[in-house]
Design a binder for this molecule. Sequence first.
Ligand code: 5IU
Length: 248
Amino acid sequence: MERKKSNLAVSVDVTKSKDFLAIIDAVGPFVCLVKTHVDIIEDFDQSLVQQLQDLSIKHDFVIFEDRKFADIGNTVALQYSSGVHKIANWSHITNAHPVPGPSIISGLSSVGLPLGRGLLLLSEMSTKGALAVGSYTQEAVRMARAHRDFVIGFIAQRTMEGIGMQENTVDKDDFLTLTPGVGLDAKGDAMGQQYRTPRQVILESGCDVIIVGRGIYGKDPGLVDEIRAQAKRYMEAGWEAYQDRVSA
Ligand code: 5IU
């Protein structure tokens, strides 16, 4: 993030590998991270993974497969390591719902830790009526604090710093907060998504990374110049909000 002066992550939710790679190559110079959903790609194969890894090296970004694991430890270890996608082989970080309890972290870390991978816990969501609130969010943060060797942060709508801690605790967290539901032009979509601006997310809510999908590639995955321009726009908005936060 510091090297590229970018706290922008682009979420690439498209179904054709040609569009997927073209978008990533276009936004690459502007992002610290690329978030994927490889299970929606219709022509997925291992060569796609190789090309994604090559782009990650070319443009210096981290790969985050947004798999949202949610099963028992034994099953998630298999889903993470095996199957068609073999996520642990190529995704630097992935994420999990805390709903099964700490065993989901043990299951995933049995695969990911030896490979140097990291995990984000989903402690909140951006959608209307999300159930990840209150004590659920607090317990997610406690689970993360108890597994600092593998959990590197959260997907949440605000910083989790201090959540569930006693008021006079001196212990400080150093978790990252990555935040989806970011848009400069739209307020939401027809399926419950809710958007806030980079300024609201980074400056007011204390998050670290903005995750932007359709705000950047939305109009047409073929419009590479437009995608590049939008990525630059979001990168600048995100970084300016971050600079304002750390200098405040
Ligand atoms: N995403 C959210 N909200 C959440 C979580 C994940 O939007 O609370 I957890 C994902 C879904 C999609 C991306 O892959 O982030 C946002 O895409 P758009 O910017 O196109 O809405």
